[in-house]
Design a protein around this ligand. Structure first.
Ligand code: AMP
Length: 442
């Protein structure tokens, strides 16, 4: 199937072509016809699947087609709500790219910066608004934004918004929407709280589910090192030095941990920067910009701050800490291997994180390939690692693009070896604790 077959207006097709997209991704193939048909949609999908284009393209199509009939001052007809500023900026960039040959205008608003520039952009008139919940409500309360003309509404990354404590804000926003509208609801996971929330937004809807393993295991080559906590910095430095040309995104479970990693890397003459909720918006944007431009090779991020990161040619993701929520692993490794590209994700697993690894393997329905013995193994870590290594040993090379042919072989070989119920219960005890974002990042 091609984008042409979907019946999208020509100026949008032209923009898609300029983006270099040849074929729709599975979520685009399934969601675009539903949305062009003006039906509500429940999308169970994560970032990295092409979901931004899946919702933006049909909305731009409707705005463009309807605009030909209506004149006068621009009204905010589309609202896209997303949890973090990085993600909001990312969506706005994509929306602008897909609508560049139409006269549709959008703007983006988020907290942590002065509102004046955002208010000016709104006063000039926009068709679409991309917003984080806190700043949106704030400007609604000041009567700067009204939702009365909204025709299309998207709640993006709904599970993350709930995790970040936005539930009340979201409910207040939904309450202000006009009854007559097309509603889209996206979430990577569907626990009961999310199902409940989706019911308050959606009318008669259709559902599209893109399974996590389709988005990750298909494209991302994975590996895990068993390493003790004190040896993690040495292994990281070794891996970075081994790949002098690669851009590396390192995930840390905590903000403090991210700062510590940056310091350790600096001691080894490796320049890096951390992005997390305690950094100013300017510092975060600067670090992200330098990373995207290739000026900064290593970026250290916490899960929330990394949500909006979309970097072309991101070759390596390192999970310095394994997340205790398995879905987070899928989100993280989805930062590499975007859309049709491939990538490598390497994880560090210390003794305390073994149960998390089991949970992850159960979710992705494959064993993460064990990386070969390395010089930083010591004590129990090494012995256990050896035992686990026996089924297969494979090591992704520096060049991920040349490295895909072993992937299916390993996946088949390792399928369903994991999923031990004891470990599951042990890590379930920890769920919702340290790795769950507890503060608003808006
Ligand atoms: P998203 O899931 O929206 O974060 O998109 C992930 C990445 O896929 C972004 O870098 C998009 O530019 C890219 N992308 C979206 N749709 C396509 C497509 N049909 N073909 C190739 N790349 C795409």
């Amino acid at each position: 199937m091609t984008f042409k077959d979907l019946g999208i207006a020509l100026p949008i097709l032209k923009a898609i072509e300029e983006q270099g997209y040849t074929n729709p991704t599975p979520i685009q193939e399934q969601a675009i016809p539903i949305l062009l048909n003006k039906k509500d949609l429940l999308g169970v999908a994560q970032t990295g699947t092409g979901k931004t284009a899946a919702f933006s393209i049909p909305i731009i199509h409707h705005l463009h087609t309807d605009q030909e009939q209506t004149r006068g001052k621009r009204r905010i007809k589309t609202l896209i709500v997303t949890p973090t500023r990085e993600l909001a900026i990312q969506i706005a960039d994509n929306f602008t790219a897909y609508s560049k040959h139409t006269s549709i205008r959008n703007t983006v608003i988020f907290g942590g910066v002065k509102q004046s520039r955002q208010v000016n952009a709104l006063r000039n008139g926009v068709d679409a608004l991309i917003a984080t919940p806190g700043r949106l409500l704030d400007l609604m309360n000041q009567n700067i934004i009204s939702l009365r003309d909204i025709e299309f509404v998207v709640l993006d990354e709904a599970d993350q918004m709930l995790d970040m404590g936005f539930i009340h804000d979201i409910k207040k926003i939904i309450a202000k929407l006009p009854k007559q509208r097309q509603s889209l609801f996206f979430s990577a996971t569907m626990p009961s709280s999310i199902v409940e929330l989706s019911k308050t937004l959606l009318g008669d809807f259709e559902r599209v589910t893109i399974k996590p393993q389709q988005a990750t295991a298909e494209r991302v080559e994975q590996g895990v090192y068993f390493v003790s906590k004190p040896n993690k910095p040495k292994l990281l430095i070794h891996l970075i030095n081994e790949r002098p040309t690669d851009s590396v995104l390192v995930f840390s479970r905590t903000k403090h941990g991210a700062n510590k990693i940056v310091k350790k890397l600096a001691q080894a003459d490796i320049k890096s920067a951390a992005i997390h909720g305690n950094k100013s918006q300017t510092a975060r944007q600067k670090a992200l910009g330098e990373f995207k431009d290739g000026k900064l090779r290593v970026l250290v991020a916490t899960d929330i701050a990394a949500r909006g990161i979309d970097v072309e040619d991101l070759s390596l993701v390192v999970n310095y800490d394994l997340p205790n929520v398995p879905e987070t692993y899928v989100h993280r490794i989805g930062r590499t291997g975007r859309a049709s590209a491939s990538g490598i994700a390497l994880s560090f697993c210390d003794k305390e994180e073994r149960a998390y690894l089991k949970d992850i393997e159960k979710l992705i329905k494959q064993q993460v390939p064990r990386m070969p013995e390395h010089q930083f193994v010591d004590g129990d870590e090494g012995e256990n690692a050896q035992e686990e290594q026996k089924p297969q040993q494979r090591r992704p090379s520096n060049n991920s693009r040349n490295n895909n042919r072993n992937r299916n072989r390993n996946r088949n070989r390792n399928n369903n070896k994991s999923g031990n119920s004891n470990s599951r219960s042990s890590s379930n005890r920890n769920r919702g604790s340290s790795n769950r974002p507890s503060r608003r990042d808006d």
